[in-house]
Design a protein around this ligand. Structure first.
Ligand SMILES: [Zn+2]
Length: 188
């Protein structure tokens, strides 16, 4: 799962601030365009950006359920299934007079957002049911906002989070040994 997946489109900054890459229609449009899911000038409206943010929250809830081995809420499942079925995503059969039959997915401009939502929901559904899902984890460093696929022992979304987690552990070790309870052991 790429770091820039929909579930990771809110970026936490030091100091408790965060940037929502889908916070405005313009930024949401840019986010979709960078992934080839909408033209750069699609002119997304507020409502569409809100739909994207809503799908993101449902997906994050499902990812959390998967990571923690908990049941999923029906509302989160229906949101994903609705997104995947609202528009036809199967490539239709077309026939070109010169070149014969071919298949193409219809993309009427009025349905750009629905297609984007369907594609994003399908990606997440594929991931959740793939063998990779075993490695799905939430970043091991506060504020635990990003999801990633674990590689070996690495369970941070970024070098910065890894450094922060190590610093926090070192601090905890110092604090504990200062109290004479040196039982906290580091793992790396
Ligand atoms: Zn992180």
């Amino acid at each position: 799962m790429p770091q820039d997946a929909l579930v990771n489109s809110t970026i936490a900054l030091p100091g408790g601030h965060c940037i929502d890459q889908l916070g405005t229609p313009e930024s949401a449009n840019r986010w979709l365009a960078e992934r080839g899911l909408a033209p750069a000038d699609a002119g997304l409206r507020d409502m569409f950006a809100a739909q994207l943010r809503s799908l993101r929250e449902h997906l994050r809830a499902l990812f959390a359920s998967r990571v923690e081995g908990l049941p999923a809420l029906p509302a989160d499942l229906s949101a994903v299934n609705d997104a995947m079925t609202r528009v036809p995503t199967a490539p239709l059969l077309r026939w070109d007079d010169e070149n014969g039959p071919y298949r193409a997915t219809p993309h009427p401009t009025t349905q750009i957002v629905d297609h984007a939502l369907a594609a994003l929901a399908a990606d997440a559904a594929d991931l959740l049911t793939s063998s990779d899902a075993e490695r799905l984890t939430a970043c091991g460093s506060a504020p635990y906002s990003r999801y990633l696929l674990r590689h070996g022992r690495r369970h941070w979304c970024s070098t910065r989070c890894g450094d922060r987690a190590r610093a926090a552990r070192a601090y905890a070790r110092r604090t504990w040994s200062g109290k004479g309870a040196g039982t906290v052991s580091g793992t790396d």
